[in-house]
Write a protein that binds this ligand. Structure first.
Ligand SMILES: Cc1ncc(COP(=O)(O)O)c(C=O)c1O
Length: 387
């Protein structure tokens, strides 16, 4: 069996040894319920609040603006439903002639946004998709008159395209429309500052940046009216009931801290690695098309089409050859539908059917990528050969 080369870090990342150690330490030494008033509880509470301060500070937010959740999916659900409930509290009672409230989104939102929009449609909401150009960049001009909410993926999981959300954020702010940013692929990959992005809410999850799975966060701008998703205790300022998993939160805080420490050199090196890998693949697997090439992209992401090759067959063959990569969204695995963002970018059928995503991490080496390019070139050539 060839040695596995893991190039699927937008799906998930391995937790760093330091993170595993920190989670274990806190689980062992600070097991108390942070809601308890005795010493064990106070010890856990102290760690929890230190982590809140630490993480919020690194993301340009106030500690009181951060609530902990189980990850990106929950944060996205919580944000959209929490904001939508406040935007249209009496929608169920709306008359037949009343205009529908509109939620504005970008094409290719993650299912944890897209499916919430579907659920909101049952309550009378309409979704309005902003257009993107052929590299996946948002083409924002204006908003429909009855827009009550907007949600945009800040960095795309498939293409890595990073949106310039300033014009949209300004329009939302001047019209009093809440704006949610799905920053699950951005946090821990590029610097993210909640205050300067001027969003109302922003979601992230630790397993995308070498933290533990099952923990994430939602930033909610101070003073925002917001209703909780489920009911229970008064944890997280009564916005997210449930005993906080302090060990996972401590692991997430450390993972983010470690990322920030290495961020400057790490991003440059990663981008160089990715660009080199991209050049080699384009050269050795010609014809090949890089999707989103003109966009500002995450430094670790390469979405590339190999015309004439079936993406599914390529994925299977690469897996057999020890390359872990992805096509479509991993979260929707099993689905053979093309990634909606690639369709919205106007790719031809041959291009989106042959598109694969390689997503790197600082753990990948130059030698590994050379080896990966060798194997990919071999497999692509074999699949292109007429039977
Ligand atoms: C852009 C985006 N949003 C949300 C999610 C969901 O995050 P989680 O896996 O933490 O639930 C993902 C996961 O791939 C994602 O890429």
């Amino acid at each position: 069996m060839p040695q596995m080369i893991y190039l699927d870090h937008n799906a998930t990342t391995p937790p760093l040894p330091e993170v595993i150690e920190e989670v274990t330490r806190v689980m062992r030494d600070c097991f108390g319920n942070p809601g308890s008033r005795h010493r064990e509880g106070r010890k856990a509470r102290q760690i929890l609040e230190e982590c809140r301060e630490n993480i919020a500070g690194r993301l340009g937010a106030l500690p009181s603006e951060l609530i902990f959740t189980s990850g990106g999916t929950e944060s996205n659900n919580l944000a959209l439903r929490g904001l939508a409930d406040v935007a249209t509290p009496h929608q169920a009672a709306a008359g037949p002639g009343d205009p529908s409230p509109v939620i504005v989104i970008s094409p290719g939102e993650h299912p944890s946004i897209a499916q919430v929009c579907r659920a909101l449609a049952e309550r009378g909401w309409q979704s309005h998709q902003l257009p993107v150009d052929s590299s996946g960049r948002l083409q924002f001009k204006d908003l429909p008159a009855t827009t009550r909410l907007a949600a945009v993926i800040l960095a795309h999981n498939e293409t890595g395209a990073i949106q310039d959300i300033k014009p949209l954020a300004e329009t939302c702010r001047s019209n009093g429309i809440p704006l949610h940013l799905d920053a699950v692929q951005a946090v821990g990959k590029i610097p993210v500052n909640f205050r300067s992005l001027a969003a109302t809410t922003l979601s992230f999850g630790a397993h995308k940046f070498h933290g533990p799975r099952g923990i994430g966060g939602l930033l909610i701008k101070e003073g925002t009216k917001f209703s909780p998703l489920h009911y229970g205790g008064h944890q997280e300022a009564a916005r997210r009931a449930g005993t906080e998993p302090v060990p996972l939160i401590a692991g997430m805080a450390l993972a983010l801290e470690l990322w920030q420490q290495r961020q400057a050199w790490h991003s440059v090196r990663l981008e160089q690695l990715r660009d080199h890998f991209q050049t080699v693949l384009c050269d050795r697997c010609s014809p090949a098309v890089v999707n989103g090439i003109d966009a500002w992209r995450l430094p670790n992401t390469l979405n590339i089409s190999f015309p004439g090759v079936d993406g599914e067959a390529l994925l299977v063959a690469l897996d057999l050859d020890g390359i872990a990569c992805s096509l479509g969204t991993t979260c929707a695995s099993g689905a053979t539908e093309p990634a909606p963002i690639l369709v919205a970018m106007g790719l031809t059928t041959d291009l989106y059917r042959s598109a694969v995503r390689f997503s790197l991490s600082f753990l990948n080496t130059h030698a590994e990528l050379e080896e990966a390019a060798d194997r990919i070139a071999r497999v692509v050539a074999a699949l292109r050969k007429p039977a």
